[in-house]
Design a protein. Sequence first.
Length: 357
Amino acid sequence: MTTATVSAADLRARIAALPRRRLAFLPTPIQHCPNLSADLGVDLWVKRDDLTGPAFGGNKVRNLEWRMAEAIEAGADVLVFGVEATSNSARQTTAAANMLGLPLVLVLRGRPEAAPQGNLLCDLVLGAEVRLVDLPTYHDLDAAVRGVVEELRAQGRRPFSLNHGRMFERGAALATVENFLEIVELLAAHDRRPDHIYISSGGKGLAGLILAREAMGLPVRVVGVASTANEDPWQSAARIATETAALLGLPITVTPDDVEATWDYIGGGYGVPTPDGLEAILAFARREGLLLDPVYTGKAAAGMLDHIRAGRVAPGATVVFVHTGGQPALFAQSRAIVEHLARRDRTTKSTHEGGVA
Ligand SMILES: Cc1ncc(COP(=O)(O)O)c(C=O)c1O
């Protein structure tokens, strides 16, 4: 790893030089968690990037500011974006496209549903042109998106693929570089510095946090908790951080060895809820009145709680959990959540009956 030491103002000035369309409500707040802090013996904060604004918010609204600027600069008159049908990104992209007055074709991997829920329902309400494609893997979306782009071009339109833009990954990293600056500044107002930052990430968001840490030379441990094995967070965070550093004119190289990430909390796979993830959702909901989601943030919180309980975080340390959003999945996965609650009630009841509790 090579590092550079630049000030927050310098980093902000470098970001300000890049084309951008404002969409998000920034800075997002940081919320102290006094009850969970007491339970866990650390000083726990949540960075509320679920509150970025448009269409229930989430981490993608931030990165769309650069991705949309790129599409507009390219002269696009229609946007194309391919992703999973359950995607939070699809919802936020549709909201952003509407705000900028650009039509959007969503190529969504999934099957038609009689009663769409969660993000897909939001996509329909927001009015994107939804094309559901039944593809074997996530990686097959690439060709499907290229096919739609060709089709639109043949009609004389000027399509822009948001999957293939130069800012797709770099925008996501810029988003968390800026979020890192907000975390440091908002905590400073409470006389604190972050010791550990946990984020749900397959690499892109993680890259920006690592880059900002290296750029500012701050001793912060950054941990990415993956929700999918489709991406290698070590390789991608290192590559994206290095590319984004170059975009900002910073001589920083990040290698996979510099990246702390884990695949340990994915469980049965992308989008499949885990008992520990659901328990983490209940912990935040019941102790702090805060809603996480079963696909990303619940699993990331499960990882963070496990690390804290296992002693990988020193007692009293300041820990920041980046809430990246995704709560519409709570509704889409209501069955798994209700079943978990019922199982839990039964266990509690039988434990009480047995007189062990
Ligand atoms: C709620 C939520 N958290 C985390 C992520 C992961 O973001 P990335 O892998 O781009 O860092 C996503 C993206 O799909 C998301 O929707």
